[in-house]
Design a protein. Structure first.
Length: 146
């Protein structure tokens, strides 16, 4: 189900950019706009309104949740705040990218949330996103919005 915190958390974590910009790590594709939206329609010079960005965010969250349900049917049994953690991560690196975190996902599935948080915080992804990963790890560990 996820929580009411998810959209505001993603807005904060992704930041709003009304002009398309290249991937910060590669300075090339994928081009991104709004709140972390990528896709074939995103290209250099594209500009969106804030409402277009919010609409894309909501649609992208729905697609991410559907992807998680297809790949990890068990994720829907988690409490809402831990579901938020997985959606936030998959939103950032894609469902396929999150599936690469096999140990982490196994620990989450087994209810070993503290160990999962410890595993997640030591990944390259966590080093790249910094405070975002620390917040997600704390939320995974405690089940309390961070």
């Amino acid at each position: 189900m996820t929580s009411p915190f998810l959209i505001p958390d993603l807005e904060r974590d992704e930041g709003l950019r009304l002009q398309a910009y290249p991937d910060p790590l590669t300075n090339a594709a994928p081009w991104t706009i709004g709140y972390g939206h990528t896709g074939r329609e995103v290209h250099p010079g594209l500009a969106w309104t804030p409402s277009q960005c919010v609409s894309a965010l909501v649609a992208d969250v729905l697609a991410t949740k559907q992807g998680l349900t297809s790949a990890l049917p068990w994720w829907t049994a988690l409490d809402d705040l831990r579901q938020d953690c997985l959606v936030n991560q998959a939103f950032n690196i894609g469902v396929h990218g999150l599936l690469g975190f096999e140990t982490y996902l196994g620990l989450v599935r087994g209810g070993e949330y503290g160990a999962a948080a410890d595993d997640e915080i030591h990944t390259l992804w966590a080093r790249q996103v910094g405070v975002r990963a620390q917040r997600i790890a704390q939320q995974m560990r405690t089940g309390v919005h961070a």
